[in-house]
Design a protein around this ligand. Structure first.
Ligand code: PXG
Length: 301
């Protein structure tokens, strides 16, 4: 949609995009102090809204941020934003920043968190990427350790990921993988990672320092339903290079094959059979569940 036509949820009101403004003293802007979620709607139904809200409230609790709305109010606000923009398939960005304060970093001086919901059409990877697969590289930017800045908090401070994205851009790659401080492969700039080894799925455990992706959680469940074993274990670069298959998961990308890393071809260099099975299962499931925006109540979940 053209930006000027969008209506934004801003602190309880629907505001035209041009007029949707927050203060330059907002600590979300000054310090990246805040949290967010990236959510999708398929055919007028919001996918895994409860799980996204769980993660949002957990992020808020961890940074001692009081969300000024109940879960029910936020659910309605997200639905309303999609509805008022007449969207059917949408990407939804829910942002809660610490709100305006003074120039010092003390969050206790900020008494009014800003709540912003943007819903727009979604920009997708072209379909051929899902057949051809992505080429990856491991970058020098490390994911912070859980005792430095826990990647489980989906905070507005994304500079770590952006530095990795800059490395991706410099290499002309759409996505890259980050290692943690122990040298294990943990995730992409905005995606989780899975490898397939001898028919089994392996993905890094949450305590390796990852964002516990909603797509990751759904894929683990769907894989089990497909009769696949899925282990949460540390992955080395050697494991990745020598894997039979690899794929990334994320709200925007869904399930996307990765076919090479650092010049090593992964498996046969195309989206493998297990990856394609998981992708299909994810597509079927995501398009048949979720919270309905255009009629009250919840469809299948
Ligand atoms: N790891 C990181 C670091 C992320 O930022 C994921 C994994 C996947 O999580 P979900 O819940 O989406 O399965 C993310 C996702 C986007 C976008 O446009 C996504 C994220 C951040 C910014 C943009 O897809 N986070």
């Amino acid at each position: 949609m053209i930006e000027s036509e969008l209506k934004i949820f801003l602190n309880g009101s629907m505001v035209p995009a041009k007029e949707a403004r927050v203060s330059v003293f907002d600590h979300g802007f000054l310090y990246g102090d805040g949290i967010f979620e990236g959510i999708r709607a398929y055919s007028g139904r919001i996918f895994k809204l409860d799980e996204h809200l769980d993660r949002l409230f957990d992020s808020a609790k961890s940074i001692l941020l009081d969300i000024p709305y109940s879960r029910e109010e936020l659910t309605e606000a997200v639905c309303r934003t999609v509805r008022e923009n007449e969207l059917v398939d949408a990407y939804i960005r829910l942002v809660i920043s610490r709100g305006p304060g003074d120039l010092g970093l003390d969050p206790s001086k900020c008494s009014n968190p800003s709540v912003i919901i943007i819903a727009d059409e979604i920009a997708l990877y072209p379909p051929e990427v899902y057949q051809r697969g992505l080429e990856l590289a491991a970058v020098s930017t490390r994911r912070p350790a859980t005792d430095v800045l826990n990647p489980a908090i989906k905070s507005l401070n994304y500079l770590n990921n952006i530095l990795a994205k800059i490395e991706a851009n410099l290499r002309g790659l759409p996505e890259v993988v980050l290692l943690n401080h122990q040298g294990y492969v943990v995730e992409g700039t905005a995606d989780n990672i899975f490898i397939v080894r001898r028919g089994e799925l392996v993905t890094p455990p949450t305590n390796a320092g990852i964002l516990n992706g909603i797509t990751r959680q759904v894929v683990i469940k769907l894989a089990q339903e497909l009769g696949l074993i899925c282990k949460e274990e540390n992955i080395t670069l050697h494991d990745l290079y020598t894997a039979d298959e690899c794929f990334l998961t994320g709200t925007a990308a869904e399930v996307i094959p990765a076919v090479a890393c650092d010049g090593r071809t992964i498996g046969h260099g195309i989206g493998g059979p297990i990856t394609l099975k998981v992708l299909q299962a994810f597509r079927d499931y995501s398009r048949s569940s979720g919270v309905s925006v255009y009629k009250s109540g919840v469809a299948t979940v």
